[in-house]
Structures are given as C-alpha cells and as structure tokens.
Design a protein around this ligand. Structure first.
Ligand code: PMP
Length: 400
C-alpha cells in the first residue's frame, strides 16, 4: 500500500520546509493588507539577491507557472520577423522554440541527441552564419537545466556570447534557480526565469522572472504590445508599488503563495546562496555514487553536464517503466521519462530545496529505488548504495 503522504521526489513540485508550509497554510489574506504588501515587496528585493542581479534589474512575480514565465519572456522580447538562437537540450527547449515561433520569429534551433549539450562554438557559428547573411539575432535562449534529460548548460559563456553579438540572453532556470550557480549581473544575462515549485522551494503557482535594463528597453521598443496579462508593462508599476510598500492592483496575486515565497527566499538568503548551491552539488554527487552502486546509468552523456537538481536514470536491462510504480509502492514518488525520443527508457528523481537538507529523505529514496529494482533483478546492492550515499554526503562539512 502506498502511504497517504508519500515522499515527493519528482523534479517539481518538491517537498517544502516546515516554515514555508506554515506560511502558506493560513487563512487567505487580501492582496492589499500590510503583511502581503511586505511579503511581496520583500520578495522582489530578495529575488534580486538570489538572482545575483543588479539593482537596475526588474523582478516580476506573477500568478502562473514556469510556462507562464517562459511566455512572459518570449512575448515581451520576441516580435514578428526576429531571429532567435535556441541552444536546445530537450523537451523544455522545444517548448521555448514553439513559443518563439508563435511570437512570429524565426528560430535557429541548435539541437543535439538527448543527454548532450550543444557546444558554445555551435552557438558562435550560428551567430556568424546570421551575420554573413546580413541578419542579426534578437536573442539567444537556453534552458539552464533541461528537466527532460537532466543536463545542465553552462550559461556564462552563452550570456557573454549573446552580449558580444548585441543579442539578449534569456535563460530558463525553472529546474535550476537557487539550486545551480547563476550570476545575472556578473554574466550580463538579460532574463532569468523560474517557477515557485522547484529549487526556490515553495508550492506551485508563481512565475518568477528578473529582466535586465536592456531587456526592459527591448520591451519598450516593441512595435506592438504583448497580450495584456503577459505584458511586463502591465506588471511593472505594480511591482514598483509593492517594492515601495504601497498597495497596488493589476491582477489578483495568490496571497498565500506570496507569504510562502517571502519565507522561502529568506531561508535561501539566510543559508547563503553559495552554501545552498554547494549543498545541491554535494547531494547530487552523493546520489550519483549511490546510483552507480545500483548500476543505474545517467541520461547526461558525460561528466560536467549533469544537473545537480535532478537525476535522469536509464532503466537497466530487464527493468521497464513499471519501476516508477514499484518505487511509489515503497512510499516515494519519482517521475517517469519525458523526452519524447527516450521516454520509455528512463526515470527521474528530483533533489531540490528542502529535500537536500534531509538525509532521511535521500536514504528513503535510494532505498525505495533499490527495492523497486530488486523486484526485477536478482542482485541489487541497496545496502552498498546507502553506504556510499551516507559516506559521500558526510564527506564534506555541513552535510545534508
Ligand atoms: N522549463 C523547465 C526547465 C521545466 O522543468 C519546467 C517544468 N518542469 C517548465 C519549464 C515548465 O514549468 P511549469 O510546469 O511550472 O509550467
């Protein structure tokens, strides 16, 4: 029997901290009461710090999800006739391609096999080709961590490339922000977006995005406005009012989530961004060691491109996609495959936010995966996997 509250170890939504849960679970306040105004204004300020963004950048908190945040970026920056270079690492990059095309632009789609990352030199080549043809790319788009393959791109050289070629850079950080390194100001990135339910560590329901001054100017220079509810200019004065601790209204915010967001962001900053990112890396490394003991191979094709926020693991010979249900029977929810080309060949385990502070959650997950595998295979070294997990997590100070 599956327990009533199974451990949620999918790549979002994630388990949230007790303080976040408490903040969220209050009687719904109005959007113009002082606590909500304070939480909203404080969250906008904290977002700049979590994004490592300059003071001139504008944070946006909007009702919706990661997809809404992607649409916000695309519809404000992409116009009919534009060209956008997409560094495509999987399912969510494909989604961006579809959005950019719907906004009327031409996409230079730099694809690769699932589990790989297109080289920066290919992106450079794409800009060169466009320049030779007398065209200029408006923007470069990349998915920081593609949740369908578990690969991570290095955003820094891509942001620098876009800047050098006079294009905007847009990064989808939905499965990365606050779990992977991103330095918006230092790298001169233009948009970094995410959703509330992943490494930020609160329930689903908010799209979060920070836009640079250059990106805001590009919105202002548009010939036609985006749809009203996606228009940065609909939201910007509201964000500015909340940051000045003044009530304001454009569309009703989910107030419980705003209260939870302020607590979640404060937890991130109290721990320190660097320490938090380091913990995600340490936990991911420890889990990789455990997966190896269980003879599970990763979808990411080589070291250095593994995300630290999730594991994408191929089914070994003799194991099929019913593994996910067999793991769930042991009280742990993991996710099935998502990338259309390899969907039935792998499964995914999320390790973001609060769960990365809980060695008991990590142990339970490895134990459930090992037990699930043992329903198919004669020899599964679950004890060995648990031992390497513990050892690797504790090997470095400030263990999970
Ligand atoms: N981009 C990435 C990288 C994602 O992982 C997801 C969600 N898994 C999305 C975009 C879409 O986010 P949402 O499901 O919150 O709309």
């Amino acid at each position: 029997m599956t327990p009533r509250h199974p451990l949620l170890m999918i790549p979002g939504p994630v388990e949230v901290s007790p303080s976040v849960r408490e903040a969220y679970s209050v009687r719904p306040p109005g959007h113009l009461v002082p606590e909500v105004i304070e939480a909203f204004g404080g969250s906008l300020e904290m977002m700049r710090r979590v994004w490592l963004a300059p003071s001139s950048a504008q944070p946006f908190i909007v009702p919706g999800s990661g997809t809404t945040a992607m649409d916000l970026a695309v519809w404000n920056l992409v116009e009919p006739g534009d060209v956008v270079v997409v560094v495509n690492t999987g399912y969510f990059s494909d989604r961006a391609v579809e959005m950019i095309r719907r906004a009327g632009a031409t996409v230079v789609d730099l694809t690769c096999v699932p589990g790989e990352v297109p080289n920066v030199s290919r992106a450079e080549g794409a800009f060169d080709d466009l320049e030779r043809a007398g065209k200029k790319a408006k923007a470069l788009f990349a998915t920081h961590v593609d949740t369908s393959t578990g690969v991570r791109v290095d955003p820094e050289p891509l942001a620098r490339l876009a800047r050098a070629r006079g294009a905007l850079s847009i990064f989808d950080g939905v499965c990365a922000t606050a779990g992977e390194r991103f330095a918006m100001e230092a790298w001169e990135a233009d948009v970094y977006l995410t959703a509330s339910q992943k490494a930020i560590g609160i329930p689903a329901g908010l799209g979060l995005l920070v836009a640079s001054e250059r990106a805001l100017a590009a919105r202002d220079a548009r010939k036609t406005p985006p749809p009203l509810s996606l228009d940065w200019n609909s939201w910007r004065t509201i964000m500015q009012a909340y940051e000045a601790r003044k009530p304001s209204y454009f569309a009703t915010p989910p107030t419980n989530l705003i209260l939870a967001l302020a607590v979640g962001l404060r937890e991130i900053l109290e721990e320190g961004l660097e320490a938090r990112v380091a913990r995600h890396a340490r936990v991911a490394g420890a889990l990789r060691a455990a997966w190896e003991k269980l003879e599970l191979r990763s979808v990411p094709a080589r070291p250095g491109i593994h995300a630290d926020t999730l594991s994408a693991l191929r089914f070994p010979g003799g194991v099929d996609a019913t593994l996910v249900a067999r793991i769930a029977e042991r009280g742990v929810v993991v996710a099935g495959g998502l990338h259309p080309r390899i969907r039935s060949e792998y499964f995914r385990v999320g390790h973001m936010g609060y769960a990365t502070t809980r060695i008991d959650f990590l142990m339970k997950t490895v134990e459930a995966v090992g037990a699930g595998l043992a329903t198919f295979l004669a020899r599964v070294d679950t004890d060995g996997a648990l031992a390497v997990l513990l050892e690797a997590v504790q090997a470095t100070p400030g263990s999970a």
